[in-house]
Design a protein around this ligand. Structure first.
Ligand code: NAD
Ligand code: MG
Length: 392
């Protein structure tokens, strides 16, 4: 009955934990899971402070454990779920506990370096990690990969570009990869002139042409810092030297990235610009599962276009290349300065043009030292935080 056994194994329910359950990726993960109640069971949910969304999700999906990072909101969450059989906890330790909880797949969807420790904890436990939290990998790539090697954890990329590359990377042909072509939409300011971009408003910057996402990544997409972070992400995930990673602007966001092989073949993954597609790929892996994403209609799309990124208009691209080349603490310094500057821009404290100026200045001011552990990494983070806040 080999065949029957196989089918049984296939229908086994996967246990899922979600860190950052209330965000854009977290909610789209819930949407994919909602479509497949026979395939997934949620074990733990964690978020920063959106008690309402956490309570709604807990009520619907009945996890064993729910964590809210902001401990002052613990009583509110407890009250909202008083009639639900679920363990509730608050504070940073609770988020870490959610990362430790049993799961076949931990979806790492916290935004920023705040997600690093919980994501690393899930890796150390040997979980398969569906990684959306690119900032964690940018800051701690070598530490995360070492931990994964030690524990046997698998990292599956949720980020659409990396998910595309993962799908078309022929593992038996790794040596024949000539380069990775990371596609970029170009963001809302692709066709703006340089001076106008400097003073773009919050509203302008939050109007992404193709994707609906959290605020921080939407601003990153407007500065192209998102593509810079993804460049570093690709370097670590696919062990690709920087000179073999090309960034190509593709405004329609239909081709999510490509791999060029030595024989001249280029394999691409295409799909609607809908994060449920890469999320479903990670959750179902190695099987493909259905999503409600609107299928592509090529006759309607008509044409796909490509152009070189403008590094003069978007200095973030060169900053990230330089930070990766410098190594050590530089990617952390760059990432933290970006997080502080983006928050300040969203709060109306600085102009759009200042974001990349602050990152550049932080990289020059903060001493770059080797990073051998998390303590050293967080020291660099703190120094970059101070330097960036001073400039704001
Ligand atoms: P978001 O702002 O919509 O959501 C962020 C989530 O993180 C929320 O659930 C929030 O509660 C949680 N969070 C923040 N700080 C926390 C803390 N200290 N402890 C616990 N939870 C905390 O962001 P998003 O757009 O969903 O992005 C999440 C991550 O996924 C980012 O790293 C982003 O770069 C990446 N990503 C997002 C998209 C997208 O389409 N949204 C695409 C690719 C990659
Ligand atoms: Mg992406």
């Amino acid at each position: 009955m080999v065949r029957g056994e196989k089918q049984e194994a296939r229908s086994e329910i996967k246990k899922i934990s979600i860190l950052g359950a209330t965000g854009s990726i977290g909610q789209q993960t819930l949407s994919v899971i909602r479509q497949h109640p026979d395939k997934f069971k949620i074990t733990a949910l964690a978020a920063q402070k959106n008690v309402e969304a956490l309570a709604v999700a807990a009520r619907e999906f009945r996890p064993r454990f729910v964590a809210v990072d902001d401990i002052t909101l613990y009583p509110e969450l407890k009250k909202a779920l008083a009639d639900v059989d679920v363990e509730i906890a608050g504070g940073r330790a609770a988020v870490m506990e959610a990362a430790h909880r049993e799961a076949d797949i931990c979806v790492a969807a916290i935004v920023g370096i705040a997600g690093l420790e919980p994501t690393l904890a899930a890796i150390e436990r040997g979980r398969t990690v569906a990684l959306a939290n690119k900032e964690a990998l940018v800051c701690a790539g070598p530490l995360m990969l070492q931990a994964a090697q030690k524990s046997g954890a698998k990292i599956l990329p949720v980020d659409s570009e990396h998910n595309a590359i993962f799908q078309v990377m022929e593992n038996h042909n790794r040596a024949a990869v000539r380069k990775i072509i990371l596609t970029a939409s170009g963001g809302p300011f692709r066709a703006w002139d340089k001076n106008k971009i400097q003073n773009a408003t919050r509203e302008d910057a939050l109007r992404h042409p193709n994707w609906s996402m959290g605020e921080k990544i939407t601003i990153d997409s407007a500065t192209l810092m998102n593509k810079g972070l993804e460049f570093i992400e690709a370097h670590y995930l696919f062990a690709m030297p920087p000179e073999q990673i090309e960034i190509l602007v593709h405004p329609q966001s239909i081709i999510h990235s490509m791999v060029e092989y030595a024989d001249g073949s280029v394999l691409a993954q295409l799909g609607p610009p809908d994060m449920r597609v890469p999320i479903a790929y990670c959750l179902g892996y190695p099987q493909r599962i259905a999503t409600a994403a609107k299928p592509l209609n090529f006759a309607e799309i008509k044409s796909l276009s490509f152009e070189e990124p403008d590094v003069d208009k978007f200095p973030a691209l060169n900053l990230t290349r330089a930070a990766l080349a410098a190594g050590g603490a530089a990617p952390t310094i760059m990432n933290t300065a970006n997080e502080i500057a983006v928050a300040a821009f969203l709060a109306g404290k600085i102009t759009f043009g200042r974001i990349t100026e602050i990152i550049d200045a932080a990289l020059q001011r903060v001493e770059n030292a080797p990073i051998k552990n998390l303590a050293e990494l967080f020291a660099a983070d703190a120094a970059a935080r101070r330097a960036s806040e001073e400039m704001i």
